[in-house]
Design a protein around this ligand. Structure first.
Ligand code: ADP
Ligand code: MG
Ligand code: ZN
Length: 443
């Protein structure tokens, strides 16, 4: 056992790394030679990637930028439970509390090992002079930017204050920086590296996007006789293999829809045909939403027809199929939503029931947004959204490996799909359906 694995057990109680990638990232960050960028899915243990290296640096503390007080609180609670002193300075704390934290930080040997700060706080004079002090006395082990996609306008929760962190990177060149995120399209990664002004060469540790157990295909709604019947058969077949399994581990499916009405209509029609389904959307009372989610998680109701608000914080491993009714908003969203399938590593199917009039509706809505945008920034964001949508349309209307669209989007080499999408299995048949779809859509 070397020092790193020893401390992994001693401080964090883990005997092993969660993945090879986690270990490689941790060792690179521990060496401290380069700035490091880490992109791994939610739940894969990104926090440990900076927390363990920081604990290996005696008498120093890590400064961690995190976008939300709620996230900060979770992380601090977790560390304190492990008996690791972690603090925050933020606008919500009492003056007395703030004094206590600042006094410790300015003492000769601070107890604090992690200081969590929001980007808004980072812009204040208090923080800037504190940082100056900590760096001057060589008390900073690492500067960490968690949820680093917040620095990109391509990301889903852009935070202008994150942009100012780049100035800190420029000012304090001697401290290694670590940026982490779960969402890393090629565009977002580019923004993270350049907006945070990370020092090149940046060492990058990224989970490849290709998931071999997920089969992707597209069905053209106007090429099938009975759309609902087709969907019903597909979902039933996906659910089929779970005779005798404990309810919690029972197979489940999700159908994503664009509107509330669609979720209600589809779940009614599927239930009528004999597949117990519930609708889930933002129009339900929160108690109703919770009860739908629980019925589905418990295995009492195998199918949920939902708007995209369903899925955050859902971690059911046995989702056998994710269907999108119409189209998805963009490739990032589609990758994430469909990616809720097959978390157990077993085979699962991700399918779009493509419908051209749905495509036209979304197209129209996004163009309206661009026209309505008031500021140049807003306009740019709407244009970006529109551009992302057109890539999703191409996904549905081109005959090329579905996984290849994802690898391109994430800036990776194309994977060896072979048989994990409809195009690679039978390109001619997909081409024929697409042609038929186009002919019918145009007539
Ligand atoms: P992320 O930030 O990537 O979403 P977290 O850092 O919140 O993930 O970690 C997710 C969970 O994984 C936490 O409960 C954490 O304690 C656990 N975890 C992290 N590393 C390991 C490990 N090496 N062994 C076991 N559990 C781990
Ligand atoms: Mg995290
Ligand atoms: Zn393929």
């Amino acid at each position: 056992m070397d020092n790193v694995t020893e401390k992994l057990l001693q401080y964090f109680g883990h005997r092993k790394f969660k993945s090879e990638l986690q270990e490689r990232a941790i060792r690179a960050i521990t060496r401290g030679v380069h700035d490091v960028f880490v992109s791994m899915p939610t739940g894969s243990g990104k926090s440990l990637c900076f927390q363990l290296p920081a604990m290996l640096q005696d008498n120093k503390l890590a400064i961690v930028f995190s976008p939300l007080l709620a996230l900060i609180k979770d992380q601090i609670d977790h560390l304190v439970k492990l008996k690791i002193p972690a603090e925050s300075i933020n606008s919500k704390m009492t003056t007395k509390d703030r004094e206590r934290v600042l006094n410790d930080l300015k003492s000769i040997k601070p107890d604090t090992r992690f200081l969590y700060v929001t980007p808004e706080q980072a812009a204040t004079g208090t923080f800037k002079s504190l940082m100056e002090h900590l760096v001057k006395y060589k008390k900073v082990s690492y500067v960490v930017v968690d949820e680093a996609h917040c620095v990109s306008e391509w990301g889903h929760d852009f935070r202008p204050d994150y942009l100012k962190l780049g100035d800190l990177r420029e000012k304090y060149k001697s401290i290694p920086w670590v940026a982490l995120t779960a969402t890393a399209s090629a565009e977002v990664v580019k923004d993270i590296l350049s907006n945070l002004k990370l020092l090149q060469p940046v060492a990058q540790y990224k989970t490849p996007s290709f998931r071999r157990n997920l089969f992707y295909d597209v069905i053209y709604q106007n090429c099938i006789q009975d759309e609902i019947g087709h969907l019903y058969e597909f979902l039933q077949k996906s659910l089929n293999e779970d005779e005798g399994v404990k309810s919690k581990d029972k197979n489940a499916v999700i159908v994503y829809c664009r509107t509330r009405e669609q979720t209600e209509d589809l779940s009614n029609m599927l239930t009528k045909r004999g597949l117990k389904s519930l609708a889930y959307h933002g129009g339900l009372k929160s108690s109703e939403r919770i009860s739908v989610q629980e019925a589905w998680s418990r295995g009492d109701c195998p199918c949920v027809c939902a708007t995209v608000s369903f899925g955050m914080g859902v971690d059911k491993a046995t989702v056998r199929a994710v269907a999108h009714w119409g189209i998805a908003q963009n490739v990032a969203a589609y990758y994430q939503e469909s990616g809720r399938a097959g978390r157990d590593g077993k085979s699962a199917v991700c399918r779009i029931y493509y419908c051209r009039s749905e495509r036209n509706t979304v197209d129209f809505l996004l163009k309206t947004e661009i026209a309505k945008a008031k500021t140049p920034e807003q306009k740019q964001r709407c244009k970006n959204a529109y551009k992302s949508f057109t890539i999703m349309v191409k996904y549905c209307e081109d005959v090329r490996c579905r996984h290849k669209t994802f690898s391109e989007f994430f800036g990776e080499e194309p994977p060896k799909c072979v048989s994990r999408c409809d195009v690679c299995v039978n390109e001619r048949s997909v081409r024929r359906s697409l042609e038929q779809h186009m002919r019918r859509a145009m007539s």
